[in-house]
Design a protein around this ligand. Sequence first.
Ligand code: GRF
Length: 193
Amino acid sequence: MGKLNGKKINTAVFISGRGSNLKSLVKNSKKKNSPVIIRLVISNNLKAKGLIYAKKLKIKTYVTDYKNVNISEKKLLEKLFKYKINLICLAGFMKILSGNFIKKFKKPILNIHPSLLPKYKGLSTHKKVINNKEKYSGSTVHLVSSKLDSGHIILQKKIKVSKFDNEKTLEKKILKIEHILYPKAIKKFLASL
Ligand code: GRF
């Protein structure tokens, strides 16, 4: 991808639901010193709340049902090339991108995961953290590789888990830090290229 040369990077955000990270990414992308511009929002779920937000802001959206992974990924790649997307940010996207997709896209793909990776990969992270009585949890932004939640870590933020926390309160606390962490990690990552 090379250096930024002052040009904003065309970015696609992939979501499956609520889209609070999408909102924070879009908000941050509107800042003058933002290295990215959100050109496209992609979802596997037509009912994802984040799509309503994207449409309101007149950001192009595209939904594919993922009934057939190969066909869906092929269509996704076409869209990404059409919009000259140079960076993908997964934000609560509940599908796993295939190795083939990652290889064909060729450009960086980032993900945000609500745990201190490499701990607690996969689903139900907050539940596992609470059940294991962990003292700390947090969030991680990492590069996507073909192994789930395992790519190179770009940035991590740690928070204390209080003995009064439950899944819901922990989720809320972590979402709050994610909204700051993700834009920061994107900046750090792009500056390093
Ligand atoms: C976030 O906690 C993110 O780390 C995880 O899924 C959640 C998505 O939340 N991958 P939202 O849809 O951005 O509100």
